[in-house]
Design a protein around this ligand. Structure first.
Ligand code: HEC
Length: 145
């Protein structure tokens, strides 16, 4: 009994990142996203970011509404013209109490589409949390222009 009580805090510490990992494991790359709505390009030095989402998400931004449930925003991050990584953020109402960035979860993928299993998306969330006024999306205004 005494042993299991001593182990409990350690188990909780282990369980919380695992929970976050499980949640962000549900974030997937939208099939055929490059044929969908490409709404902006961001360039910085040798970095080019091509950003895509759905027509429904763009319509919501233009109407001044929050992004609809199920919205995914996908970014191709290119370094010196070659695909370096793919970033995806996805919104689902039932993720709201598991995220500091609204109802969004975040995930990084290698160019071949395999997920980065070392990251649970909490670093991504922490930075995007600053964009609460635009539903946690930095480039929301670019959907409107
Ligand atoms: C230090 C801050 C920071 C971190 C950490 C960060 N982002 Fe972002 N993210 C940005 C900024 C700023 C933009 C706007 C584009 C730009 O200026 O590069 C952006 C844009 C995006 C976009 C396009 C939609 C939007 O918000 O404009 C996606 C998708 C995205 N990030 C996913 C991720 C994922 C996935 C991670 C973690 C692997 C991540 N981000 C980590 C700052 C951050």
């Amino acid at each position: 009994m005494r042993l299991s009580t001593a182990l409990l805090p350690g188990l909780l510490v282990l369980a919380s990142p695992l929970l976050a990992q499980m949640i962000n494991a549900d974030v997937t790359i939208p099939e055929g996203y490059r044929d969908g709505d490409h709404y902006t390009t961001v360039t910085r030095g040798g970095i080019t970011e091509e950003i895509y989402t759905s027509a429904e998400a763009i319509a919501a931004a233009r109407a001044g509404q929050p992004f609809p449930e199920g919205t995914r925003i996908t970014m191709d991050d290119l370094r010196d013209g070659a695909l370096y990584r793919i970033l995806v953020m996805e919104k689902r109402a039932d993720w709201s109490d598991l995220s500091v960035a609204g109802s969004w979860q975040f995930r990084e993928f290698a160019p071949d589409g395999s997920p980065d299993l070392r990251q649970d998306g909490s670093r991504c969330q922490a930075c995007h949390a600053s964009q609460q006024q635009s539903d946690y999306v930095f480039t929301r205004d670019r959907m409107i222009d």
